[in-house]
Design a protein around this ligand. Structure first.
Ligand code: INI
Length: 158
């Protein structure tokens, strides 16, 4: 029997692409900074001149799957992280955007074979989103951990 697990100590061998939505950037910029903090403290070079990490900004979460697909298909990245914040407010647009981004990210991941981390917050209020982006904890950090784990696991699997 073989058991496969991702490690958090293989950052040196990972190239990571991040797609982040500008919509609700009060939230998404905080998710990005939590995510980069996690990656940096695990050994990923997150500096301006880094050749290990690229960040692509898109207008909103609806556009995330297209750019994640381009990154995954490039062959350059072992893992792609998506970051967004869809806040219900009073608009039915919420359901459309959430359905498209969630299904789209899953389809990109399965279709490309590259793990794509789903870091899109879906909340009823801005307050709830901010709580998940740093006021209470920063889920951006968790998405960074999940990226390291999946990048490592996919390398380990036959
Ligand atoms: N995009 C988001 O990332 N979050 C939202 O809450 C949101 N709402 O509520 O409308 C949102 N809309 C924009 C959408 O993602 C696209 O950028 C836009 O429709 C253009 O295609």
């Amino acid at each position: 029997m073989a058991t496969f697990e991702g490690r958090f100590t293989e950052a040196a061998s990972l190239q990571i692409g991040v797609v982040v939505a500008r919509f609700n950037d009060l939230v998404t910029a905080k998710l990005l900074s939590g995510c980069l903090d996690c990656l940096s403290r695990h050994g990923i070079d997150t500096g301006e001149a880094s050749s290990q990490l690229d960040v692509a900004w898109v207008p909103g979460s609806f556009e995330i799957p297209l750019v994640a697909q381009r990154m995954a298909a490039s062959g350059r990245y072992q893992v792609v992280i998506t970051l967004g914040a869809v806040i219900r407010g009073d608009t039915p647009h919420f359901d459309v955007v959430v359905a498209e981004v969630s299904k789209g990210v899953a389809a990109v991941s399965r279709g490309s074979g590259v793990p794509v981390i789903f870091g899109v917050l879906t909340t009823d209020t801005m307050q709830q989103a901010l709580e998940r982006a740093g006021i209470k904890s920063n889920l951006g950090w968790s998405y960074g951990m999940q990226a390291l784990e999946m990048g490592s696991l996919m390398k380990a699997l036959p």
